[in-house]
Write a protein that binds this ligand. Sequence first.
Ligand code: PLP
Length: 428
Amino acid sequence: MSDNASLFERAQRVIPGGVNSPVRAFRAVGGTPRFIARGEGAYIHDAEGKRYVDYIGSWGPMILGHGHPAVMEAVLAAAHEGFSFGAPTEREIELAEEILKLVPSMEQVRLVSSGTEATMSAIRLARGATGRDKFIKFEGCYHGHTDALLVKAGSGLATFGHPTSAGVPEATAQHTIVLEYNNVAQLEEAFALHGAALACVIVEPIAGNMNFVRASVPFMTRLRELCTQHGALLVLDEVMTGFRVGLASAQGHYAKLIPGFKPDVSVFGKVIGGGMPLAAFGASREIMKFLAPLGPVYQAGTLSGNPVATACGLATLREIQKPGFFDELSARTRRLVDGLAAVARENGVPFSVDSEGGMFGFFLMPELPQNYATVMTTDKERFNRFFHGMLDAGVYLAPALYEAGFVSAAHGDADIAATLEAARTALR
Ligand code: PLP
């Protein structure tokens, strides 16, 4: 059996940083990444045979836990039929129908292979449909690693974004306007300045890439109004929240709080693939008609609508529609975060928590932050000590303080109790 340290050493020889996606490298928290050998239900096992309660769930997709029997059966059956054909299959229609049934704001949907591809294509579609170039994103919202989206705030509204990553030309980012999340005044100012040039605004309705920060109701209300007034499309990035915060996703949640609320374009990923590479974007027929082969906006993919991935996604979506699924998942997630808050109180540690459906966040600060700048004031050293304390005790949390956590249907009361016990020790 290999140990994590020697696997990491070997990995670094052949893979930059030893990982195929940066946050897996534990750079933020220090220490050796765990190499995962297998998962079952709520648990993952590392290369050394140590078992962890898994609160990452592949960063969101594994809402049923690992190796759910119905999903496994669907995937194995699909694999026996063939991995990929590069031609349409009936299952793609079934998955599209299933998604549209659950997301009334969309009339058509295009399947792709990653959230990055889906948001990139959604922006291109918005630009193609409006004939405009500029768009707004918010600081702390991550929408994948496309060039134009890898942009953080410049200084103030009037300046356009500067790339956050090397390798992104200034010119690519010049149409990206980055604003503070939940800041209505800034939003109004940006629309006043650039409204007629805006193709869209892209937003995470509950931002899971700065831990867990909800868009406030006044912010979301004004965002919808301004987009409508100025003819810009509202693109809701539900890659993380989609079918994770509830069966109606975050847009259904906000529709309950804001009468008539709906996005123009929606982006999904993670849960709709159940752990396989699958994502989607969709909108009204009126907007989707701009997409190739119907219209001039090009978008394509060799593995798009992959037969094995669609089988996995379809089986997952069918399971989460069973009666009581989200009530149960939400209650369990609430028990976890309320329990963590209670343990923190016992130990006099400043702490705040939030959750929606099976997605949660906790902060080592007394009040829930409303934007990225506040999230970043967290005591990182303290978070890192907490993370490693939990990891040693067999609880696998996200290895960075700006990531949300995920509970699956496979997490039982005993797992929550064990997590709280570990937290009691770690916070002490
Ligand atoms: N959008 C959001 C909200 C995400 O959380 C992510 C990934 O975490 C993406 C887009 C990009 O998805 P992917 O990693 O599948 O490319």
